[in-house]
Structures are given as C-alpha cells and as structure tokens.
Design a protein around this ligand. Structure first.
Ligand code: ADP
Ligand code: MG
Length: 665
C-alpha cells in the first residue's frame, strides 16, 4: 500500500489522479508547491467601484435558488447581509454547494461587484467568516477530479503525517545565506502566515530547487566524462575531403563545429554536444559531416527529427550529399507497411544499413542496431533521462549530438546546458540577404496581396500563416480554410494554392509538403506546423496573419522558413494589435538577440518549458526572475560536489537524491 492511502480522503480512485501529478509518496505530496498565492483582503463596499473585484463577509438571508441550464451548467442565487447592505449573490456551477448554505450561514464571498444593482457575481465562496486579517491562500495546479482545495487539505495532512522532511541543502550553505530551515519553509508555503514569512520560505525552497538542479547537471557532466565511449581515429584529411566535395563551401563556424565534433568523437568519453545556431545557419550539414565521420570509423548512425516531414527532408538531403559514396541510408516512418519495416529492421541488425533517419520511432523497442555509434537529434528534441537510458541499452555508449534552432544567450546556455558542450553557429552562409520584415494592418491587405502577386510573377513561392485551422475557435482570427478561399479568389488565376494543418492525416501533410517542394503549389496556407526546419529555397515570402498571437521565438522560427536561398526574401506581419515583439522582429534578425528579447519579454518559462525537457520544470523558481539564485546555486553545487564531505557520503539525503535522479541504468 502506498503511504498516501493513510491520508483521509485518498483512496483507489484518487491515487491514480495524484500519480498523474507525479505524486507517489508523502514526500512528493509535501513538495508539490503552489503555483500562485491569492491575497484575500476585505473590501469596503462604500469605496468599491462598479465592476471591482471585492471580498465581503455576510450572512445568508434566504434559502439559495438553483437553476439548471443543462446537466453541467447551473446558477445559484442567494441573498446576504453584509451588515452594511443587502447583496444579491450569483455563483455559477456550484449547485453542489447549496446544501451548505442556509438562512444564517456565515460566508465570505469573492467576486465582481455590480454596485448599481447591489449584486455580486461570485467566483469563490467560503463557509464561515474568514479571519479579518489578509489571508494568503496557496493555489495549486491540479488535474481533473481534484480541486486545489482538496489537494491543499491532503498536503496539510501529509505534513502532519511526515515527521521529517528531507532537507537537501547542506547546513553550512543554509547558514551562509541565513535561510529558514526546510520544515518551516514547507509549512509556511502551504500555509502562509504573512508576506514576509512567506518570502523567507520561498527563498529557501527556490534555492533548494535550483541547487538540486545544478547538482544534477554538474553530476551528469562529471559522470559522462568518466563513461567509456567509443574512441575513434578519424583523420582530418578524411573529413576535409568530404567537405571539399560539397556543393558549397562551409562557413568558418560550421568548420569549427565539425572540428570540435571530430575531437569529441576521437576522445574516449561519450560525446554530448549541442550545436545551436539561428534558423538557416546551416546546422544540417554539420550533422551530415558528423554522420559521415561516424560511418568512416565503422559505426551506424541515427538521425532523429521532430516530425515526419522533416525526417523525409533530412533523408533526401543525405541521399543527395552521399550520392558519390557507398553509404546506405534508410528512412523509418510511422506509416510504413509491416513488411517494409521488418525488412529495414533486419538490415539494421545486420549492418546492411549505415544510417537511419526518422522520428523518435528510431528508438522503439524493436529497433535494434548492430553497432550504433552516433545519435543526432534535430530541433530541440532533447532526450529525457528515460530516453537516454534506452539509448544506452541499444548502442552501449553512442555519441550524441543535438541541433537547436532556439539559440539561447550564453550565460543561460552555460547553466542550462551545464551537462553538455555547446558549439554556436553565428554566421549565415555567404551571399544570404537579410529578410526584409514589414508590419501591416489588416485594412492594408490589398498592399500585401500586391506584394504576394509580384513574388509569384517572379516565379517564387509563398507561405501564409494563420493562427487557427477553421472558424470554430475565434471569429476575429483569420483561419487556414478561409484564407485558402481568399487567396484562390485573388490569385487563383496565376498560381495554385494549397493548405497544411495539424488535423490533416500524416500522408496528406507529406504530400502537400512535397507538392510545395516541387513547386506544384505556389502559395501554401498553413498553421504553425511548418514552423520547424522546412527548407524550400524558392520560398521568398512569408505572410503571418494575426501575428500578435505568436511568441517572438516562434515568429523568428517562422521567418526562418524564407531567406534560405540567394534571392531577397520578405516577412510580412499582419496585426491590428500593437505589440512590442512585432517591432523587435522588424529591428533584428539575429536569433541570439531575439532570444535575449524573448527572455526579457516573457521570462524563461516558455523557452525551457515542457518543450525542451521535463528536467527543467521548476515548482517555484523561475529561471529569469531567480537567475541570481541560479548562479549562486551553480557555484555552490560545484563546491559541494567536489568536497571531501560529499565524496565520503556525509551529505546523506542529498547524495541519495542526486544519485537516484541521474541513474541512467
Ligand atoms: P538550419 O540551421 O536552419 O537547420 P539548414 O541546415 O537547413 O539550416 O540550412 C539552410 C540552407 O542553407 C540549406 O538549404 C543548406 O543546404 C544551405 N547551406 C548550409 N550551409 C551552407 C553554406 N555554407 N553555404 C551555402 N549554403 C548553405
Ligand atoms: Mg534544421
């Protein structure tokens, strides 16, 4: 039995729900932190204005009335006396709460004040009068079937149940920063008394979170350097010869990257290198060279892309670039027939295939490599710990190369990719012209269409991006379906228009992309499914409708779809709303600067959120806001890791925790 079931209210039904929140033990439970705190202060209705959010105490005057609109939608109304005036309260979808409310019941309600009618539309209702001092209420992210309140109660019971809470910060560090102790911090954060004590608690807990994170990063790096990988003997001349036969000459940064990779591969440790470079900076060729070196030293390679479209593109690229070699490349896709797939798997196991391209399916259970030496993953497709474990099983200690088009500022890179080596490509290939970026209002659509037409007449192709697929979500936004009709009406005589979106079948999507690549279609209307990596040199314009809806990095990624060949390219941003990031887009096309701005505007959450790695989801800390704590934690974790105390096992719960969390086998 799980310890959790000792808590009143937790049973076989709720346990799986808690597991969904990653709560398996009492220890997990008390470490499940609130994501926000609501400060509840009483309002004085006399000073409140029409429409203000207010919190008032009152006594129920009449039995509540409930109206059902449908099975799930209902409305409850009742009257309370605040001592100052009578208020009519309405609250939606709380019919179940009716049995708690009777004449004379004391309640505190929060909601929007309609002064003129003397009423309030309540968003929250609490039984009993809350104490008159400001109450700080922790609010939890939860899952369907468990309310924040319920979770809160369970956390408090778990705190009672647990005699000890493991503290992971060594005592001397706690001393150094005059931090509150762990147990008090946890108690406070789940049951805040006032703002200053809450802040003290948050200081400890954020520090602990970031400290553990950096411990893990540094530890991984240390272990990796001890792991025995493949030592190879790739000669500089071998790769130079390959490079000299490419259809273009490489940039200095590309050459530097390839050279760093060669050194890593020749070394006996396991390579874990990230190549970060702006969209269009030419990361793929670096991957191609790495795969070539891996092949030359006698190993198989795997090239993993985030989507099937991209996998296909990489596959075709490899075929082209390895044309004059005897390298055998294959593509593994999800829609392959069983027989076809089995054929490939058989050849893979007997090393009749040298390189396999595909999505994460490259690491499915049944995919067995004869001698995997290198894994490349494209576009921020980071391996989680679980995937790394699988990898280790398959290839013993294959080298790993990551490609990322979301360059991040150096300081952040050092910390966040603490367990990797990082190469950056700053230069664009020679002869590239900067994409011209312009902002338009919707009423100027005619001007935009004229520009589109001009490009078409120059035999170029165009991407058009919409925020949604069809009308359903928001009428004010353009959608793919409608735009397709509009563009067909306007330009259908001189070109073909196609569309691409996430609801299409994989096969349809691939076919559409292929038609665009072959220039059978000149205008492609799409959602952001084309966001990553697509490379069509003849596309010279991208028009983005409702562009205020997109994040800065996303806009930059989209813009990166054009300007990949030698012709002048354009990015047209259409937006009726003024937002700062659109102006940033017109001012710079440097991905490193853009990501710096993105940090400034949004914080780090979106960049390092779930998209990159589950390892970077912090409960309380925010990498941007708490960056100074992160830097301290980084220094301190190195200090601890290298200390004699740590090595001789004195920091017990810490050591156990770290070792458990980075255990790859
Ligand atoms: P990304 O870094 O966004 O993945 P790609 O690797 O797809 O960029 O490269 C973008 C385009 O530039 C491709 O068509 C590629 O063939 C081309 N390219 C890459 N390196 C060079 C270079 N040194 N000179 C000219 N073209 C290059
Ligand atoms: Mg790419």
């Amino acid at each position: 039995m799980s310890q959790l079931e000792n808590i009143k209210g937790i049973g076989p039904k709720t346990l799986p729900l808690l597991n969904r929140l990653n709560i398996y033990t009492l220890e997990d439970m008390v470490h499940f932190y609130p994501y926000r705190f609501d400060v509840i202060e009483r309002s004085n209705l006399r000073d409140a204005n029409e429409g203000d959010k207010v919190i008032v105490d009152g006594i129920v005057q009449k039995e509540p009335l409930v109206y059902f609109f449908s099975k799930k939608m209902n409305k409850m109304t009742f009257q309370i006396d605040t001592g100052e005036r009578l208020l009519n309260a309405t609250i939606f979808n709380r019919a179940f709460f009716k049995s708690n409310l009777h004449v004379g019941t004391k309640v505190t309600i929060m909601g929007k004040y309609d002064k003129r009618h003397g009423s309030i539309v309540a968003s929250e209702i609490r039984l009993g009068l809350l104490p008159p001092i400001p109450v700080i209420e922790p609010i939890y992210h939860t899952t369907n079937g468990i309310s924040s309140n319920q979770l809160h109660k369970w956390i408090l019971s778990s705190l009672d149940y647990l005699e000890e809470v493991n503290s992971y910060v060594p005592a001397y560090l706690q001393e150094r920063y005059k931090l509150l102790d762990k147990k008090s911090s946890i108690l406070e954060v789940h049951n805040p008394r006032n703002k200053s004590s809450l802040n003290q608690a948050l200081n400890y807990l954020k520090y602990e979170e970031l400290f553990l994170f950096m411990m893990k990063m540094n530890c991984l790096k240390k272990y990796r350097n001890q792991e025995i990988g493949i030592a190879r003997d790739i000669k500089k001349e071998e790769i130079d010869e390959f490079i000299s036969e490419l259809p273009f000459s490489l940039t200095e940064d590309q050459i530097k990257c390839i050279s760093a990779i060669r050194e890593d591969m020749n070394h006996s440790f396991v390579m874990k290198r990230l190549v970060q470079g702006d969209v269009g900076s030419g990361k793929t060729i670096v991957a191609v060279a790495a795969l070539y070196m891996n092949y030359k030293s006698g190993y198989q390679g795997a090239f993993m892309a985030p989507t099937e479209i991209l996998a296909l593109q990489h596959y075709q690229n490899l075929l082209k670039l390895y044309k004059n070699t005897s390298i055998k490349v294959e593509l593994l896709t999800g829609k392959m027939k069983v027989k076809e797939r089995n054929e490939i798997l058989k050849k893979l196991a007997t090393k009749e295939i040298d390189m396999l391209v595909g999505t994460h399916s490259l690491f499915s259970e049944d995919v067995v490599y004869e001698s995997l030496g290198l894994v490349i993953t494209d576009e921020q497709h980071r391996f989680g710990v679980a995937q790394r474990a699988k990898l280790k099983e398959k290839g013993k200690m294959a080298d790993v190369l990551y490609l990322s088009a979301t360059p991040i500022p150096r300081t952040y890179a050092i910390t966040l990719y603490g367990d990797m080596d990082v190469s950056s490509i700053h230069q664009k290939p020679m002869g590239r012209k900067e994409v011209i970026t312009e902002l338009y209002k919707e009423k100027d659509i005619k001007l935009v269409l004229e520009k589109v037409e001009k490009e078409i007449r120059n035999h170029h192709q165009i991407y058009v991006i919409a925020a949604q697929i069809e009308e359903s979500e928001d009428d004010n936004l353009e959608n793919v379906t409608k735009l397709k009709e509009k563009f067909e009406r306007a330009l259908g005589k001189i070109c073909k228009v196609g569309m691409l979106h996430g609801k299409m079948k994989a096969l349809e999507k691939d076919q559409m992309m292929e038609s665009f690549q072959k220039n059978d279609i000149q205008i492609l209307i799409s959602t952001t499914v084309i966001e990553v990596g697509i490379d069509v040199l003849n596309a010279t314009m991208i028009v983005i409708f409702d562009s205020y809806r997109f994040g800065l990095s996303q806009l930059h990624q989209l813009r990166g779809r054009v300007g990949r060949g030698d012709s002048q390219s354009y990015c047209i941003l259409i937006s009726d709303r003024e937002v700062e990031r659109l102006h940033v887009m017109t001012q710079t096309s440097d991905g490193f600067k853009i990501s710096e701005e993105d940090f400034r505007l949004r914080g780090s959450g979106d960049l390092f959120g779930t998209r990159q790695s589950g390892d970077m989801n912090f409960g309380l800390a925010d990498l941007k806001r708490d960056y100074s704590i992160l830097l301290r934690a980084k220094e301190d974790s190195m200090e601890v890791l290298n200390s004699e105390e740590y090595q001789s096992g004195k920091y017990f719960p810490l050591q156990e925790m770290i070792e458990k969390s980075i255990d790859l086998d």
